[in-house]
Every structure is written in structure tokens, then in C-alpha cells.
Design a protein around this ligand. Structure first.
Ligand code: ATP
Ligand code: MG
Length: 264
């Protein structure tokens, strides 16, 4: 099999159309998201930022098909989302690896479920473990890994299913600052190879400016879209470039407005 045939198939378009979400709180229906409309292009990396409780995870769960919206809808390449699907992979903050399986078996789990032949599964595992730099740890169990390594396994596992969309909810939130930067560099490199459509939730403005094609800033709860920034920086970004810092400052100002209002 040629290496090209193992390469991911690229991204799908996501349309979020007038999404509302209400949750019952003390017997009353309380809005969490109000009229969120957003289009994510195929192959785009979109970061969602906003104060705690503004509905970022709720929105991601609606796109994943884990939660139904109260109103509005989500389309993937024109088809309405009615539940989870294999074209949408998720990587969340907590490491949800199977502790009784090795690193390689965790990555292989999804492809195996599809009935794929063992030799091809092994090729896929090798490709994605190489991509996240964990090939020499293939036979280890999750308990033997650091937080950053576990999160890299989670990313390899999501990509091994060849999703066109990857939904990431604060995937690096539990990592130390240095590991986090390394992970950002790795994700950016993987994205240049795979061109998935990625929706990435973070609290870190620097992380968003480093990774995103566009950054969406949400309002405080109930969440709406406050502003969308297109990040016009080179693919490989320099965190110390003046333009980088300018985006960071502009976005920080907007996020702070919302956080200040939460505190008032
Ligand atoms: N299952 C649920 N039942 C009731 N309320 C919920 C539920 N899930 C979320 N909420 C409420 O919806 C709002 C949005 O929550 P969500 O977790 O989406 O916020 P978030 O932006 O991801 O916050 P954080 O940055 O802290 O992760 C909050 O007010 C939260 O209390
Ligand atoms: Mg959240």
C-alpha cells in the first residue's frame, strides 16, 4: 500500500445555523446558547474563546451530536446532524483512553471496529503514532504515560478513524506550559499534513492565535458570537512576532470585556 493511500481524506464543511440551547435549571428553561450561526470551511481550524459558562462545550457537544439543540441545526457537508457519527472525532480535556489497552491498541480500536484487515490497521497505527512521536511507546499502557503523552495518544486515536472533522474541547488544558506549546506545534504540523476541519475550544488566547485560521469570541452566558477574527499570519507562526502580539492584544481586550461583565 502506498503511503498516500493512508493519508487522511481532509475536512468537511460545518454549518451551524441559528443554534439555540436551553437547559432546565430549577425547573425553568434557561438559555445557554442564543442564535449561534457559524460556517466552518473544509480544512479550517477554528478556535472558540469565551468566558467560563458561555456555552463553548455545549456548542461542541451539539456539533458532535451528543446533545440535540433546542432550536436551529448543524449540517456536515450539507447533511443535518442527528447524532454522533464516525466523520466527527472528538478529543476532550480528560484523557479517555482505555486503561487495559496498550498505546497501539488504543489507536487501533476504531479502525478495528470498522472490520478493517489487521495489516492495514497496523499501518494506520504506525502512521499516527509516528505523527505524534509515540512509536517507541506503542506497547506501553496509559498508566505508564505522562499527561502530554496520553493526550497525544488521544489525538492519534481520533485521527486513526480518519474523521473529516475533529472537535477538541480544551485538549491541552491540563498540560504544563512547555508541554502545551509543544503540543500546539505538533497539532499545527499535523493539520498542515491532514487538513481536517477542526473546532478547538480553549481559554488560552495565545493558543488560539497560534493555531487558528479564525478565532471566534463568544459573549458571556447565554453565549452568542461576539466577534470573529481572521488570523492573517503565516502557517508556521512566530509567537514573538509583533503581528502575533497585536492579535493577542485585540482578542484579549474583547474577552476581558465579557469576563468583567460576568464579575459585575
Ligand atoms: N447538562 C446540563 N444541564 C444544565 N445546564 C447545563 C448543562 N450543561 C451545561 N449547562 C449550562 O450551560 C451553560 C454553558 O455551559 P458550558 O459547559 O457549555 O460552558 P463552557 O463555555 O464550556 O464553560 P467552561 O469554559 O467553564 O468549560 C452553563 O451555564 C452551564 O451551567
Ligand atoms: Mg467547557
Amino acid at each position: 500500500m502506498s503511503p498516500a493511500s493512508l493519508v487522511g481524506t481532509g475536512g468537511a464543511r460545518v454549518q451551524i445555523e441559528g443554534v439555540h440551547k436551553e437547559f432546565p435549571v430549577d425547573g425553568r428553561s434557561t438559555p445557554a446558547l442564543v442564535g449561534v450561526s457559524l460556517e466552518v470551511s473544509a480544512g479550517e481550524l477554528l478556535c472558540l474563546l469565551g468566558p467560563s459558562g458561555c456555552g463553548k462545550s455545549t456548542l461542541l457537544n451539539i456539533v458532535a451530536g451528543f446533545l440535540p439543540p433546542t432550536g436551529g441545526r448543524v449540517l456536515v457537508d450539507g447533511t443535518p446532524v442527528t447524532g454522533p457519527g464516525p466523520e466527527r472525532g472528538v478529543v476532550f480535556q480528560e484523557y479517555v483512553l482505555f486503561p487495559w489497552l496498550t498505546v497501539a491498541q488504543n489507536v487501533e480500536f476504531g479502525p478495528r471496529l470498522t472490520g478493517m484487515e489487521a495489516a492495514r490497521c497496523r499501518e494506520i497505527v504506525a502512521r499516527y503514532l509516528d505523527m505524534v512521536g509515540l512509536r517507541e511507546h506503542a506497547t506501553k499502557f496509559p498508566v505508564q504515560l505522562s499527561g502530554g503523552m496520553k493526550q497525544r495518544v488521544a489525538i492519534a486515536r481520533a485521527l486513526a478513524n480518519n474523521p473529516s472533522i475533529v472537535l477538541m474541547d480544551e485538549p491541552f488544558g491540563a498540560l504544563d506550559a512547555q508541554t502545551r506549546e509543544v503540543m500546539q506545534e505538533e497539532l499545527s504540523r499535523i493539520q498542515r499534513l491532514e487538513h481536517k476541519t477542526i473546532v478547538f475550544v480553549t481559554h488560552s488566547i495565545r493558543e488560539a492565535v497560534y493555531l487558528a485560521d479564525r478565532v471566534v469570541v463568544m459573549t458571556r452566558s447565554p453565549g452568542r458570537i461576539k466577534e470573529v477574527f481572521t488570523i492573517k499570519l503565516p502557517e508556521v507562526r512566530d509567537r514573538f512576532a509583533p503581528e502575533f502580539t497585536r492579535y493577542e492584544a485585540a482578542i484579549t481586550r474583547l474577552v476581558k470585556e465579557e469576563v468583567a461583565m460576568v464579575r459585575e
